[in-house]
Ligand binder design. Structure first.
Ligand code: SAM
Ligand code: SF4
Length: 465
């Protein structure tokens, strides 16, 4: 009997990459690879990369430098593969800059990994960044029950890939290609199988998930709202989410789904990028500031306990102090429960990168700090408003202390519970008793009337995993 070969996959960037990393591991499991968390003992290392900002892309080269050193010191023959969006955008450049790399594979070719690896093992330096005619999803094997269990009770399912929106700052339409939706039947099969294997929460993912327009079993085109209505009928599936949405594609059916589907969590990540109409137009976002604010009102009318999250870019070319003030104002008005914010990073090949009016780095840094200060206060206020509320949480993993479990609230907050009367993979109704910077603490309903401080015998900071 051969020892199983060991695979180490490191994911950078978005949820799409996390999902893709799992599917690559599933594909290679058939070739006899088992996953390890230690790159030093791996026979194959895959870096699944992100190209969205310069910093994200540069991380790959520093990681490759570390791997080269590790390989040299150990005298090992570990193979190194680079996958994901940096692979897609800079395949030949990676081979030139990093001779340690054996294989470069773009996101549309993961199903070809076994044959590409065989070529690399035969001594070729392989670059596959084609957009093949065959559908990779038809060839990627489903995870085994053991693999699904090891990944926990919350899973991602890709329903859509690519983007046709062409925001002027963004590389996605170039690295991930044109928008493509998977057929409804295949998505439902994948979801049902995951639920049968113990998954309780599914997040439907896509670069532009609410632009979903997959072929339904009846041959007509189905919207995301219709898909989710059908998903909600899968017995055993307790929770549904979807990300990332574009404001332009939030139609009335999707808003109504938040009112009508109890499984759909009252939390939405809806990137706005800027609060200035002038900048939104220059970004080619296809929506204005008022459109966004009206949407939020509609969402909250449909589902009063709805909380929002967003992405912001500061220092987009031409952004003035007045534009930035509009962004701060929009953030204040919405009161986001959480948000990501970034300095604009010029990406080669995108229209905004060639814009003359680039904002100086110092101004970008100053604006980012000011916006983040506001967004952190907004998040803290939302978290504080959860104290004393009762939520159902999905228990996902053990905490740091014996007997502790960590679950997720409907709003994706981590909730620490001591000695819960339930197991990982189960839902538990808790009352939030304490709020820390990175997580909340809760006690099962019924126990909340007792003294919370006797349940929380340690300070929250010490309990956080
Ligand atoms: N599809 C989503 C949307 O329409 O907003 C987001 C996709 S992108 C993977 C995630 C986030 O990265 C964006 O929302 C944006 O805030 C940020 N981002 C994209 N390109 C960027 C750039 N060139 N510089 C800084 N941030 C960027
Ligand atoms: Fe990028 Fe999102 Fe704009 Fe598409 S919609 S180009 S993924 S930011």
């Amino acid at each position: 009997m051969h020892e199983p070969r060991k695979l180490y996959v490191k994911s950078f960037g978005c949820q799409m990459n996390v999902y893709d990393s799992h599917r690559m591991a599933d594909t290679l499991a058939r070739e006899g690879f088992v996953e390890t968390q230690d790159p030093a003992e791996a026979d194959l290392v895959i870096l699944n990369t992100c190209h969205i900002r310069e910093k994200a892309a540069e991380k790959v080269y520093s990681e490759l430098g570390r791997l080269r050193k590790q390989k040299q010191e150990a005298g090992s023959d570990t193979m190194i593969a680079v996958a994901g969006c940096v692979a897609q955008a800079e395949g030949a450049e990676i081979m030139r800059r990093a001779p340690v790399v054996d294989l470069v594979v773009g996101p549309q070719s993961y199903h070809r990994l076994p044959e590409l690896l065989a070529d690399a093992r035969a001594g070729k330096r392989v670059v596959d960044t084609d957009f093949p005619v065959e559908d990779k999803f038809d060839h990627l094997p489903a995870p085994t029950r053991a693999a699904t269990r090891s990944r926990g009770p919350a899973a991602f399912v890709t329903v859509q890939e690519g983007c046709d929106k062409f925001c002027t700052f963004c590389v996605v339409p170039y690295t991930r290609g044109a928008e493509l939706s998977r057929p409804v039947g295949k998505i439902l099969d994948e979801a049902a199988r995951l639920v049968d294997q113990g998954v309780r929460e599914i997040t439907l993912i896509g670069q532009n998930v609410n632009a979903f327009h997959g072929e339904g079993p009846d041959g007509t085109v189905w919207s995301l709202a219709l898909l989710m209505e059908r998903m909600a009928g899968i017995e055993g599936l307790a929770r549904l989410r979807y990300t990332t949405s574009h404001p332009r594609d939030m139609d009335d059916d999707l808003i109504a789904a938040h009112r009508d589907l109890p499984q759909l969590m009252p939390y939405l990540h809806l990137p706005v990028q800027s609060g200035s109409d002038r900048i939104l137009a220059a970004m080619n976002r296809k929506h204005g500031r008022e459109d966004y604010l009206v949407l939020i009102e509609k969402m909250r009318a449909a589902r009063p306990d709805m909380a929002l999250s967003s992405d912001f870019i500061v220092g987009f070319p031409g952004e003035t102090e007045t534009d930035f003030a509009d962004t701060l104002d929009l953030a204040r008005r919405v009161g986001f429960a959480s948000a990501y914010s970034f300095k604009y990073s010029p990406r080669p090949g995108t229209p905004a990168a060639d814009h003359e009016a680039q904002v100086p780095e110092a101004a970008k840094a100053e604006r980012l700090a000011e916006l983040q200060h506001l967004l952190e206060a907004s998040k803290a206020a939302f978290d504080a408003s959860c104290r004393g509320k009762t939520f159902e949480i999905l228990l996902e993993k053990p905490g740091r202390q014996p007997g502790q479990l960590i679950g997720r609230s409907p709003y994706l907050q981590s909730v620490v519970v001591n000695d819960p009367p339930a197991h990982v993979g189960e839902l538990l109704t808790v009352t939030i008793t304490d709020v820390g910077p990175n997580s909340l603490a809760g006690v099962p309903v019924g126990e909340a009337g007792t003294s919370p401080s006797s349940v929380l015998s340690r300070p929250l900071a010490a309990m956080e995993a």
